[in-house]
Design a binder for this molecule. Sequence first.
Ligand SMILES: [Zn+2]
Length: 214
Amino acid sequence: MPIIVLDPGHGGRDPGARGNVLTEKAVNLQACLILRDLLQQSGVTVLMTREADRECVPGVAEHVDLKARAMLANAERADLYVSWHYDASHDPNVHGVSVWIHPSQRGQSAYYKADLLAYKIAANTGQKNRGVYLGDFQVLRETMMDALLIEGGFITSPQEEGQLVSEAFLRRQAEGAAMAICQIVGVAYAVHDGVEPMAVLFQGAEIAEVSRHA
Ligand SMILES: [Zn+2]
């Protein structure tokens, strides 16, 4: 079974970006806990860099903590590293989803995985797809497998922050991400909650319709 390391950005002393009401570290964790469950239900092994409001290694300097997050993935020989963040801008009109990869991965497999991930999240939420960006982030630089860093929207956009306060919206983001990650690691997305049973019912109705006309 594929192994992915899921990294809710920031935590503990490091709040990340701040909106009017939301703090990035808390939303990162909330979205990642939903995503963890969706991936596990699909048979993916998920290792989390944190599962509470804390650093990966409490009490160390930030660059040491970031190194520990990358080293977890390297030590476990993970198939994919996914870091989850929300962005900030001085312009309150800037919004949308982007996925970042290390500049050395331009045109490599990580680029196509990032492109799929951004597309699936945006498609499942109706957010703007800002596409793939290159960034020399430590967790992208120090991981030995393909590594993707999601910026799931702008916490500084009143419109997007208004969506991010909703757990249902975070679930739609996580669903989009889970579908992309399952495709990337080559497992079927198989989640049995709300969404799929409705699709199955619809399929059944179609079959009934066909048999009546047959
Ligand atoms: Zn962040």
